[in-house]
Write a protein of this length. Structure first.
Length: 250
């Protein structure tokens, strides 16, 4: 996949991993559009990035997904890369007072259902491009759940499974490539509640992503994710113990 001259949509692009991927792609000569719920945070991101288009959009709302897809079709007819990065997470322990079902519904809506919806609505546009890609940002917990983010882990396992099925299907009918970006613990505001200060810099995730894009490496297991993945296949119990030690591996 080419890494320059693309038109790229990044959901949740105002901070963290999304912001650093936007920065890396702009530096490579791509046109980048970022979305987020906060106008203020988007403007702060734009001040850092320079040449970027910002769109206020809450991807968790079905009508917002439709509005975003229509905006892409109308204003960005050359769109050829979609990076589904927006996320929602609760850190908590499963018990009789957790409210797990309510939390899981909110996480699943942002992390899974909205991704399926946006991808489906953008497929006609992506299919018209000479080269196109969908990038789903899952996580290290797609393989082994973190007990302190139990239902968030569920959403990322579902997203990983969906990415595999989508890649297989689109390869038979289109030229659209499907990437699954799986970071470990990353030092961002998003992960602060689960010890994010011990994680890798988000710039490392962005660098790994750009390299994988250039090499058509569809499953991008960044940093400690690769080590945990290998351990999971050789010793699932040891992998679960490693994941649920003091903190999620970086």
């Amino acid at each position: 996949m080419k890494t320059s001259g693309n038109t790229v949509l990044i959901t949740g692009g105002s901070a963290g991993i999304g912001l650093e991927i936007a920065r890396a792609l702009i530096a490579q000569g791509n046109e980048v559009i970022i979305t987020g719920r906060s106008e203020e945070r988007l403007q702060q991101a734009a001040a850092q990035l320079g040449e970027v288009t910002t769109i206020v959009n809450d991807i968790a709302k079905e009508e917002a997904v439709q509005t975003l897809a229509q905006r892409m079709e109308k204003d960005f007819p050359a769109l050829n890369i979609v990076i589904n990065n927006a996320g929602h997470a609760y850190a908590y322990q499963l018990n009789d007072k957790a409210g797990a079902a309510t939390k899981a519904r909110a996480e699943m809506q942002t992390n899974y259902f909205s991704v399926l919806d946006l991808n489906e609505q953008l497929l006609p546009l992506l299919s018209r491009q000479p080269e196109a890609a969908i990038v789903n940002v899952s996580s290290i917990v797609a393989f082994v759940p973190g007990s302190n983010i139990p239902t968030y882990s569920d959403t990322k396992a579902a997203l990983h499974s969906y990415s595999q099925a989508l890649r297989f299907t689109l390869a038979k009918t289109t030229g659209i490539k499907v990437f699954d970006l799986m970071p470990p613990l990353v030092n961002t505001e998003f992960s602060k509640e689960i010890g994010g200060e011990h994680g890798i810099p988000p710039q490392d995730v962005a660098t790994a992503f750009v390299e994988a894009l250039a090499n058509d490496a569809y499953e991008i297991r960044v940093g400690g994710t690769e080590q945990l993945y290998q351990l999971f296949h050789s010793d699932p119990q040891a992998a679960f113990a490693a994941m649920n030690a003091d903190r999620i591996p970086a």
